[in-house]
Design a protein around this ligand. Structure first.
Ligand SMILES: *Cc1c(COP(=O)(O)O)cnc(C)c1O
Length: 453
């Protein structure tokens, strides 16, 4: 049996073809050659020896475009969880993002004192702001709050005991479990109390010669209700200080301002924790604070100095881009009257329900036009703050709901849009909570919807 044999083109002839010039210009010689070689090998393996040059070059163009496309993309977070950890948590104010981009593009005064012309301190850009906003004596910042907790424990309690209430031995998604982080930090966890009730005497009895500090962990993503008791910060501080021990408080989300001012539930602030007697307080930069990923540490001067002297600090430090963004975000807090307008995280959390409904109605009409066969409606829903701040459904909102079967493939089509749309499936429909679709982005959302046949 004979085969119509037009042998596979050679690599050289492919690279000389006119359409290869476009690929070479766009993707470079190394990547283009690699991909062509790989396609030729694939054809040989599949025993398809009759592929014309143009077919191979077309396939190379697809493979190259896919491998040069950005993997991390902006998405529309219509999940209803505002600070969604998997979607990058808090959006940042444009001026903070600009400051980060500018710092990353050029040399900066990161560790350089422009007054003296001598070496400066990386923390000097944010520490005075943090002290002013929390009332702390001193402050520093590291990669994230997990790093902050680890660094604090490693500095203050290496090889020694830290009593923690059993009601606070929490897991916060993924790999952050309080007992695990404590043991990796080199501290020895001493569990006290029970899951639902821990009393002052439990701590007092746990304190011994091996105790290095007391620690309190904010019950971030769950609530213990019913027959409960826990020891408030001021009382725990008193117990710690009587034993000459520092009190560490991990606030988790920790808002810098009282959210009750905007009708949101009160989250404990670092200022309150410090005023109640905590000696070191840690919290995240990209949760309620609304800034970049960071772990903020505020507290007593002598303790922060020890933390800064720990060699691990260097391994956990923040880069100049995020420091630049954090500085801009912290400065917004100096003007709390305009915070809800300028800080996207807070703006989204406080967005008026009627405003969200209006967006949902506009988007529903467009979505119905894109998918005429589907059942599209606007329905009431509730958004979550996310990132462990108050676990309950809280914020009245409005969603575009899309029903009519094949929901997984609809959700996948939404994820496949150039600016992917992430919703959730519940009660036989796809829900797109419109809280985080701000009017400024509606046009971009609409422009990418498919045109119905
Ligand atoms: C979120 C959280 C952490 C971890 O903070 P990251 O910034 O994600 O590292 C630690 N402790 C508590 C109580 C939290 O809520």
């Amino acid at each position: 049996m004979t085969r119509e044999a037009s042998p596979l083109p050679s690599l050289d002839s492919l690279l000389r073809a006119p359409s290869a010039a476009v690929l070479l210009a766009r993707f470079g010689r190394a990547a283009t050659t690699d991909v062509l070689r790989w396609i030729l090998a694939e054809r040989r393996e599949a025993r398809t020896f009759h592929a014309p040059a143009e077919e191979i070059l077309d396939r190379a163009a697809d493979v190259l475009a896919a491998s040069f496309a950005r993997s991390q993309k902006p998405v529309f977070n219509l999940t209803g969880t505002v600070l969604h950890t998997n979607l990058g948590r808090s959006p940042m104010p444009p001026e903070a993002a600009d400051a980060a981009a500018e710092a990353m593009r050029s040399a900066t005064s990161l560790e350089y004192d422009l007054d003296s012309g001598k070496r400066g301190e990386r923390d000097s850009h944010i520490a005075p702001l943090l002290c002013r906003l929390t009332g702390a004596e001193a402050a520093t910042v590291v990669n994230n709050n997990a790093a902050a907790v680890m660094l604090v424990l490693n500095t203050l309690a290496l090889g020694r005991q830290v009593p923690v209430s059993r009601g606070e031995l929490i897991e916060i998604g993924g790999a952050f479990r309080v007992p695990d982080i404590m043991s990796r930090a080199g501290a020895v966890l001493k569990e006290v109390g029970t899951t639902n009730r821990t009393h002052p005497r439990d701590y007092v009895q746990a304190i011994g010669p091996e105790t290095a500090a007391l620690m309190r962990v904010h019950q971030a993503n769950y609530a213990i209700t019913g027959f409960t008791a826990s020891v408030p910060t001021d009382e725990l501080a008193r117990i710690a200080h009587e034993a000459n021990l520092p009190l560490i408080e991990d606030l988790g989300s920790g808002s810098l301002v009282d959210l009750a001012r905007w009708g949101l539930p009160h989250e404990p602030t670092p200022a309150e924790a410090l005023a109640a007697g905590a000696d070191v307080v840690t919290f995240s930069g990209d949760k309620l604070l609304g800034g970049p990923q960071a772990g903020l540490i505020v507290g007593k001067k002598a303790l922060i100095a020890r933390i800064n002297a720990n060699p691990l600090k260097r391994a956990l430090r923040l880069d100049k881009g995020r420091l630049a963004a954090l500085e801009v975000v912290l400065r917004l807090y100096l003007d709390p009257d305009r915070l809800a307008e300028k800080l996207p995280a807070l703006r989204l959390l406080t967005r008026a329900e009627a405003d969200i409904w209006a967006t949902a109605e506009r988007m529903a009409a467009l979505i119905q036009r894109a998918w005429p066969a589907r059942r599209v409606a606007v329905e009431a829903c509730r958004s979550q703050i996310g990132s462990g701040a108050l676990p309950v459904d809280l914020l009245p909102s409005a969603a575009v709901t899309i029903g009519g079967g094949g929901l997984e493939s609809l959700a996948s089509a939404l994820r496949g849009l150039p600016w992917p749309v992430i919703g959730r499936i519940a009660q036989d429909r796809v829900w797109l909570d419109c809280r985080c679709l701000e009017p400024a982005d509606e046009a971009a959302f609409a422009a990418q919807l498919p045109v119905a046949a």
